[in-house]
Write a protein that binds this ligand. Structure first.
Ligand code: BT5
Length: 244
């Protein structure tokens, strides 16, 4: 499984570019990557802004042809996070995944992931887009523009990394986890997620907009949804944020 990496100079959002490309009936092969040197309107979940200076970090989207149901989108995000995490560990950066879509280093966010579903009747394609923002060469000043603690590979290692080479290297790690996800979805990731985000039984707090849910972390459900015990009942949580 190899990726076809296509670089763009400046786009609004690589996820949006890929969605427009597919929905307008243009040809796209499985495992195509759209990467950009500048992303001017990058976004996360709920249209939250993804901030990234031009020619500094990686912003890219991968097209994964798939007929899997929408329930499997969260675990694709998780597979992407594990791939990024393994890549960072290979650079001696102590990264950990954080539910549902982040990679963190020393309690600071280094990577955010946004997976979306797309289909086009024009070319009879149906698939998922795995959008990844990874802070590569972001400096301290740039990190202060972000409204939550953030770090980058540069801030962790004091080395400037080539963006092209970094993306190429990352694709090898993503390949490993995406293949696993294609065979057994969340089942193939569960152990690694629990190892990195445990221990089970601890108290956690999940924020979903204004809503704050407290309870005992009980692990993950069939699709990667978070399970929390409250008042002796298990609640499944599909979206939200665990504060850093
Ligand atoms: C995410 O959303 O973390 C998913 C971000 C996905 C970005 C990629 S870039 C390529 C592709 N094209 C797109 O348009 N998007 C994808 P969420 O969990 O909603 O977190 C968003 C929050 O992360 C913001 O509200 C900020 O608090 C924080 N944030 C923004 N930019 C950041 C950065 N560079 N590093 C760390 N945190 C950041």
């Amino acid at each position: 499984m190899k990726f076809d990496i296509q670089w763009f100079d400046r786009v609004n959002s690589t996820n949006e570019l890929m969605k427009d490309h597919i929905s307008s009936g243009k040809k796209i092969d499985n495992r195509t990557i759209f990467a950009t040197h500048e992303q001017v309107s990058g976004h996360g979940r709920l249209k939250r802004k993804w901030i990234s200076s031009s020619h500094t970090n990686l912003c890219f989207s991968i097209y994964i042809e798939s007929k899997k149901s929408l329930n499997h989108i969260p675990s694709l995000t998780m597979a992407g996070a594990l791939g990024i995490c393994d890549f960072l560990k290979s650079k001696n950066i102590k990264a950990k995944v954080k539910w549902p879509n982040d990679v963190i280093v020393n309690q600071k966010k280094i990577c955010g992931i946004l997976s979306e579903h797309i289909n086009s009747n024009l070319i009879e394609k149906s698939g998922l887009i795995l959008g990844i923002g990874l802070n590569v060469n972001m400096n301290l000043h740039e990190s202060k523009q972000i409204d939550q603690p953030a770090t980058s590979m540069f801030l962790e290692k004091n080395i400037i990394f080539s963006l092209e080479k970094t993306l190429y290297e990352i694709s090898e790690y993503l390949e490993f986890w995406i293949l696993k996800w294609e065979f057994h979805e969340f089942r193939s990731l569960k152990k690694e997620w629990i190892d990195q985000t445990g221990p089970i039984g601890r108290e956690i707090e999940v924020h979903d907009g204004e809503l704050v849910i407290n309870g005992k972390f009980k692990g993950y459900g069939e699709y990667g949804e978070l399970l929390i015990e409250r008042n002796s009942k298990i609640k499944s949580i599909w979206a939200g944020e665990i504060p850093l």
